[in-house]
Design a protein around this ligand. Structure first.
Ligand SMILES: [Zn+2]
Length: 240
């Protein structure tokens, strides 16, 4: 079984602090949901203050890299030096993807707290462990499971609503909203096309991207991401 990120149970005081900042991240995700974006939101916290907020913006911008973390990072860098990230924590509703996990490491983020696992593209233990693997930039600790159920329910609400931006909107009204949520890490990884066996084969970012591309093409092999110009955009539409 793929190891899941360590969930450290904070002291009661700290736990309330973490939930408070995750609530602010969830509020951003709610805003994303209302605007037909995949509901992922985040806040960056420095010295007890929120210095940046972000929500997924890939559908509106038609740019697969406009993830919540990147939106907030850009906003912070407009008024702060990059060094601030080494004293800053990130609260994000869904585990950062491989791309964001790498950017956070290069920025030397202090800690990452997230809600639910990203079992397709996670870079903090869900698929790859970018936060603690080999590299020249400092590793950073990740703590998952903060307001986990709410993060999952937001994603479920998104996937049952109609995508009004699609050329031919898919009617999803017949779908029902499941409300049962397994505890953090339980039932993970899910038994899907890239379940346990294939997941074990993932050894590198290139493998993950190839796997992602294969999944997006419904199992039909396509050219590698480097030769498929639409791959990043397509990935962004389903990325967290
Ligand atoms: Zn991301």
């Amino acid at each position: 079984m793929t190891p899941i990120p360590t969930l450290i149970v904070p002291t009661p005081e700290d736990k309330e602090v973490h939930k408070k900042f995750m609530r602010a991240a969830l509020d951003m995700a709610e805003t994303a949901l209302r605007t037909d974006e995949v509901p992922v939101g985040c806040v960056f916290v420095h010295d007890g203050q929120i210095i940046g907020r972000g929500m997924n913006d890939t559908n509106r911008s038609l740019c697969g890299t406009r993830h919540a973390e990147f939106i907030a990072i850009e906003s912070i860098l407009r008024s702060h030096p990059a060094e601030i990230f080494s004293e800053t924590d990130l609260y994000v509703t869904v585990e950062p993807c491989v791309m964001c996990a790498s950017a956070l490491r290069q920025l030397r983020i202090r800690r990452v707290f997230f809600g639910c696992l990203n079992d397709r593209f996670g870079g903090c233990g869900g698929v790859l462990k970018i936060h603690e693997g080999p590299g020249t930039d400092p590793r950073y600790p990740c703590y998952g499971g903060i307001n986990h159920d709410e993060a999952i329910m937001l994603l479920r609400r998104f996937y049952i609503q109609e995508n009004e931006r699609a050329p031919q909107p898919l009617a999803k009204k017949s779908r029902t909203l499941k409300t049962e949520v397994l505890p953090f890490g339980e039932g993970f990884p899910r038994d899907r096309n890239f379940g346990n066996k294939k997941r074990e084969m993932v050894k590198s970012v290139e493998d993950a991207l190839a796997m992602q591309q294969l999944e997006l093409s419904n199992g039909v092999p396509t050219p590698s991401p480097s030769t498929a110009p639409t791959s990043l955009k397509a990935a962004g539409e389903v990325h967290a």
